[in-house]
Design a protein around this ligand. Structure first.
Ligand code: HEC
Length: 110
């Protein structure tokens, strides 16, 4: 019984120590080209978008925000505060009104 355990132990050690050639052929790391989807990197609108461009692009894209449905101003206000309070977005308090104006202006309710 003891010999059997030693034999199995040696076998396992041998298997772990050397990677067989037939395994290695599957482990070759190759470079590959990846096409990422393109998207606007900034919020459009020139200077009216400065506040949102300066504060809202650290964690997600402009497109992600612009692809949200149109929402009433109060909902956008809540959204900006959610980013600050829940997600700890480092947003300049002085920019908050301009960000809400921008969102309500471009993605406001009907
Ligand atoms: C600290 C990182 C961070 C910053 C900065 C940030 N967000 Fe977010 N935001 C998140 C996370 C995390 C989510 C939720 C997960 C996801 O969908 O990526 C999110 C989701 C959203 C969503 C989708 C709806 C939702 O509530 O999930 C909107 C709209 C949004 N953010 C707007 C903004 C705006 C506007 C700003 C600037 C005022 C901003 N974000 C800044 C982290 C951030």
């Amino acid at each position: 019984m003891r010999k059997y355990i030693v034999a199995v132990g040696c076998l396992i050690t041998g298997l772990l120590a050397s990677t067989p050639a037939w395994v290695e052929q599957f482990l070759i790391i190759k470079s590959t080209a990846v096409e990422l989807p393109t998207g606007d990197s900034l919020f459009p609108g020139g200077t009216s978008a400065d506040a949102i461009n300066n504060n809202c692009l650290a964690c997600h894209s402009a497109d992600m925000v612009l692809n949200q449905p149109s929402l009433p101003r109060s909902t956008w206000e809540g959204e900006v505060h959610k980013m600050i309070n829940i997600y700890k977005a480092p947003i300049d308090q002085a920019d908050v009104p301009a960000i809400i104006d921008y969102l309500a202006g471009t993605k406001g309710g009907k």
